[in-house]
Design a binder for this molecule. Sequence first.
Ligand code: GRG
Length: 302
Amino acid sequence: MTTPSNHLEAAFEERRRQIETALDGALPAEGAWPATIHHAVRYSLFAGGKRVRPQLVLAAGEAVGGKSSDVVPLACAVEMIHTYSLIHDDLPAMDDDDLRRGKPTCHKVFGEAIAILAGDALLTRAFQVMAQTPPSLEAERVARRLRVVALLGEACGTTGLIGGQVTDLESEGRLVSAEELERLHRAKTGALLGACVNGGALLGGATGADLQCLDRYARAVGLAFQVVDDLLDATEVAEQLGKTAGKDAAARKATYVSVHGLERARAMCGGLLEEALLALQPLGERAGMLAFLARLIVARRA
Ligand code: GRG
């Protein structure tokens, strides 16, 4: 029997394949000159990520009745930006990690210099992909694309991903308040996830009311994602996570587990999921995949 959940699982798998193909097409070929950098970029991008961010882009576009072709460039761009941030986060100067996505980190395989450049290459390529509009694209769609480029720049910048990372590095070994921690998480993780949902919706042609619902959803899911990450780091092993476990406690990092404790952090996740699902209600069935993704994010084990 086909249930709504079977149907969503099948659509999720189908989209995962679509994302892999689009990412492959959005990069220079493996052996293209200069080959080392393209090997490194492809090594990290195709190392087995869950592709949550591109899935959110596609689902947000669908929730507002947009066409898949309108949102695929953003789906590729956010995964490239996310992978760049992981490569740089793993560097000796930052988290100094040997394992990512179940494989040796980029700098372990290619050396630090090439890993830095692979991150830079992915970030640059992401904005190139967003800016490459076909000549036949209507002016209105080009304008939306430009708005989303600005949104994406903000999400990656000093008040988003980079700001969150700076605050994270500065929080090691010191007491952090619950408010500071929420701000850090919203910047480090929530900003890019927010750009996936809001950007996907804008490219899909969302109007004011839909955008408000989706922004509320994005804020809840963005925070839930990082709370779950903190829980997993404290409770799972490296084989399950595909990255080193227990790093937060070892580095005396402020996390939802260290600040609130395991039980409260779990309860917060439940509350954030409820908030995310509530936010989607006005969108009805079109938001089915976004609801599926929120549940998946909270229930994930890696
Ligand atoms: C270096 C500018 C810069 C930023 C680094 C991404 C990041 C900020 C730090 C990595 C450590 C971390 C816990 C980040 C929070 C975001 C997060 C939970 C990343 C992991 O995302 P998943 O689970 O990974 O979607 P996959 O591998 O499945 O794509």
